[in-house]
Each structure stands twice: as structure tokens, then as C-alpha cells.
Design a protein around this ligand. Structure first.
Ligand SMILES: Nc1ncnc2c1ncn2[C@@H]1O[C@H](COP(=O)(O)OP(=O)(O)OP(=O)(O)O)[C@@H](O)[C@H]1O
Length: 258
């Protein structure tokens, strides 16, 4: 099978700071990749390159055999992106915002309207479709962002910490949705710090540290390599330099003893 996404020797620096050092990764149709790493490891940078939002990188990225540098627009059309943080246009309503994003993908207005109605209703937000988003809670905004990423029914779905702000029931819904989409053959690239969820939704976990891939395999494979542990423990084993309880002690002592 041919990879749907192929990253070759990806390198990216911000000024003198090299964030991605040599990332090569082939992702196959229908895979759910859990892309994990410590704060600042370079997950969002990788995602932004994949989505065509960062163009000054070295190495190559192919999506559906198309080199991102040569035809970023057609690649963008096949990707749905739910960003970690986004500026939602507060003055707009979800209807206006989603009509706008849908039109960027060349969707017809009636199709967009129907999907907005159905998806907002499914999220219990049918009353909010025509309300300005400046009054929305974090979770409500996140739901609009999720709808915006999925509206055009993309083949590749890139989710950067998609569950932030969502309540427990909404988390269950999104987990279930990810499984359904993967069964339909969608490829999902899922960045998160929520190890228990990554462990459950991903069929392949890629761990980056210091700009390189340090582990790549199914959760079962990582457990075998690292001993029979949770993903949280595997993550700590591979990424933590200091004892985590030692760090907690330092923080506690800093406020209690000075
Ligand atoms: N626009 C930018 N200019 C300069 N440095 C940046 C920029 N964006 C990111 N960085 C730096 O690049 C590194 C990687 O950032 P990135 O957001 O990719 O990490 P991440 O793995 O997504 O982190 P987190 O888990 O905290 O979201 C960090 O050190 C960050 O400070």
C-alpha cells in the first residue's frame, strides 16, 4: 500500500533554534496516528507544515503523492484541520463562520447549511447556530472548530489537541467519531497530551523528542519494548530527564520555603 502522507527528512528551525531535526514518517490510509511529545517537542510545528501553514521548512512532504511545495492548494483541499488554538471570529455566528470556511473548500451553500444544522444539532448547539461566538464557552468554541475541520468530509483529518475544553460526554462522542471515521478509511493524525485517549484511539503511536522520532509502533508494540506499562508511563520513561515527583517537590518547596 502506498502512504497517503510521506514526510522525508523534515527539518524546521525558528531562527537559530532547530525544532524538527530529521523527521521521516510514512502514514498509510486508514491509520490513526497518535503523535505525542513533551511541551515544545515540535508537534504543532509538524502539523502546521502538513497543513501548508508553514512553508519555510527543509525536506519534503508528499500528500497523495503530491509534493506540498508544488501544489499546496490541492493538498489543503484533502485535509481537515482542527487547530490547537484558533482565532474564531467573535463577531460572527457559527453559521457565518462555517459558511465561510465551507466556501473556501468550494462547497455549495445548501450543502454547508445542511451540515451545519445537523452537526450543531448533534452537538446540542442548535440554539446557538445564529448567535455571535463572543458569548461562547471554550467547549462550545471547540465544537465549532471541530465542525469546521470536518465539514468538507476530508480524507485526512489532523487534530491538534481537539478535546481541550470539552466535557466528558463530548470526549466520548469525539472518541467514537474518530473510530467511525477511521473505519471509513479516513487517515487521522492526532496530537495530544491526553495519554489515556491516545492509547485508546490510535493504532500507531509516534513519539517525538528533541526534534526526532524516538518511538514508533502500536501501543502493544511499545508495551512489549518498554515493559508492560501504560502509555503515560512509557511516555515518562522515554522523555523525562528528572524524577517527576522531584519536580513536584521543587515546585512545592519554592512556595512553601521561600
Ligand atoms: N512562531 C514561532 N516562532 C518561534 N519559535 C516558535 C514558533 N512556534 C513554535 N516555536 C517554538 O518551537 C518549539 C516547538 O513548538 P511546537 O508548538 O511545535 O511544540 P508542541 O510539541 O506542539 O508543544 P505543546 O505540546 O506545548 O503544544 C517550541 O520551543 C516553541 O517555542
Amino acid at each position: 500500500m502506498k502512504p497517503i502522507i510521506s514526510m522525508r527528512h523534515l527539518r524546521k528551525s525558528y531562527g537559530s533554534k532547530q525544532v524538527l531535526k530529521d523527521i521521516s514518517l510514512d502514514i498509510y490510509p486508514g491509520q490513526v496516528i497518535g503523535y505525542i511529545g513533551s511541551n515544545g517537542a515540535g508537534k504543532s510545528t509538524t502539523v502546521k507544515i502538513l497543513c501548508g501553514l508553514i512553508s519555510d521548512y527543509e525536506g519534503e512532504v508528499y500528500v497523495n503523492d503530491i509534493n506540498l511545495k508544488e501544489d499546496v492548494l490541492s493538498v489543503k483541499g484533502s485535509i481537515g484541520y482542527v487547530p490547537e488554538m484558533a482565532e474564531l471570529y467573535d463577531m460572527l455566528t457559527p453559521s457565518e463562520f462555517l459558511q465561510f470556511t465551507g466556501s473556501l473548500y468550494g462547497m455549495r451553500a445548501e450543502v454547508i447549511s445542511e451540515r451545519i444544522q445537523r452537526m450543531m444539532t448533534a452537538f446540542g448547539m442548535e440554539q446557538n447556530i445564529h448567535q455571535r461566538m463572543d458569548s461562547f464557552s471554550k467547549g462550545m468554541r471547540q465544537k465549532v472548530l471541530i465542525i469546521s475541520g470536518l465539514l468538507h468530509n476530508p480524507n485526512i483529518i489532523i487534530l491538534d489537541e481537539p478535546l481541550s475544553g470539552l466535557d466528558a460526554n463530548s470526549v466520548i462522542i469525539i472518541k467514537e467519531l474518530i473510530s467511525r471515521l477511521a473505519k471509513e478509511g479516513k487517515t487521522i493524525f492526532y496530537c495530544s497530551h491526553m495519554m489515556d485517549i491516545v492509547e485508546k484511539v490510535s493504532d500507531r503511536i509516534v513519539l517525538i523528542s528533541d526534534g526526532t522520532i524516538i518511538a514508533d509502533g502500536s501501543f502493544e508494540e511499545l508495551k512489549l519494548q518498554q515493559g508492560n506499562k501504560s502509555l503515560e508511563q512509557i511516555f515518562s520513561n522515554l522523555t523525562a530527564n528528572n524524577s517527576l515527583s522531584g519536580v513536584a517537590d521543587e515546585l512545592f518547596n519554592a512556595i512553601e520555603q521561600s
